[in-house]
Design a protein around this ligand. Structure first.
Ligand code: ZN
Length: 318
């Protein structure tokens, strides 16, 4: 095809639209960086082959992985939020101290990484309280943020927000407005909102990032989606969101920067999701960090006027 043929009006108009999106980096929107602090053997995808009681038998790689991540964040002067698994905090309190001393926000990622919708409210309360107590004792101050393992606050376990309120959390970042085999909560807002909880107070929820394309919510910017999608797509999606005034939440796990981790048994799909493009995470994060602004989740929440968190009536609360 000749260069002239490229200049048909449709192509030119699409090119200028993409240019417009790509050139909005002057936008002052700060995106949000979060890490879920867990080891490679904690992930939900392998929970059918690795029991909680066997976790102690695996060789942890969390310390070198966290050191790499902290180094990357320091290089780009980025403050993020670390949702820490209680089990990790209990076994490696020095990691929590290290992250805290580096100036990042410390938050909670449950104690045993069990899916919320598989727990009773009582089990959820006890697990979360255990993790929160362990983490708070290490840093000697209260924490306010919670992220459910595998974004497992879904339609049928909205009682979790009441429990989080009872436990003293002020925000959650635990829902993904997509359809997925393990998680997903369609019908909730794509951007930050709040729900009224039993105490009469409100719980803020910061959903994981999606872009709306062809009537569907496409997950972008975190975990497996960051690894699987090419960088140009993630970059374009984040810029499009920022152009609309919406920050993206980039999330990752320390094991996603570790291509040399031991290979675990498990279902083919789980192994594909876990191991694909591990060697690209650091490069992709570094590229995004170098081009865009990022901050921690509590900084984002505190900088937003209260009226920006629309109250969402979720219905079907039990
Ligand atoms: Zn997790």
């Amino acid at each position: 095809m000749s260069a002239e043929e490229y200049k048909n009006p449709d192509t030119v108009s699409m090119a200028s639209e993409i240019d417009g999106i790509l050139n909005t980096s002057e936008s002052k929107i700060k995106n949000i960086f979060t890490a879920d602090v867990e080891d490679y053997f904690h992930v939900s995808a392998f929970s059918d082959v690795i029991k909680y009681s066997d976790w102690g038998k695996y060789k942890s790689r969390i310390i070198p992985n966290i050191l790499s991540l902290l180094g990357l964040l320091e290089k780009y002067k980025i403050r993020g939020t670390f949702f820490i698994l209680g089990w990790v905090a209990e076994k490696f309190p020095e990691i929590v101290t290290l992250i805290h001393q580096a100036g990042h926000e410390i938050a909670c990622h449950s104690y045993l990484h069990r899916l919320v919708y598989k727990l009773t409210p009582r089990q959820f309360y006890d697990d979360t309280k255990k993790a929160k107590d362990i983490i708070e004792e290490i840093i000697n101050r209260p924490i306010h943020g919670y992220r459910a393992p595998s974004f497992s606050i879904v339609k049928k376990c909205q009682w979790a927000w009441d429990m989080l309120d009872q436990l003293g959390f002020t925000y959650s970042s635990s829902v993904y407005p997509i359809k997925h085999d393990r998680y997903g909560f369609l019908g909730i807002p794509r951007t930050a909102f709040q729900v009224r909880v039993k105490s009469g107070s409100y719980m803020k929820e910061i959903p994981m990032t999606t872009i709306s394309m062809l009537g569907k919510n496409i997950p972008v910017g975190g975990g497996g989606y960051l690894r699987l999608f090419p960088l140009w797509f993630t970059r374009m999606a984040i810029r499009r969101l920022n152009h609309e005034g919406i920050p993206a939440i980039v999330y990752m796990h320390p094991w996603e920067m570790d291509p040399h981790q031991p290979k675990m048994p498990g279902k083919l799909l789980s192994r594909f999701r876990h191991y694909t493009n591990l060697s690209t995470t650091e490069y992709k994060l570094g590229s995004l960090f170098g081009e865009m602004e990022f901050t921690a989740m509590n900084d984002y929440i505190e900088s937003m006027p209260e009226e920006n968190f629309k109250v969402h009536k979720t219905g079907e609360r039990s």
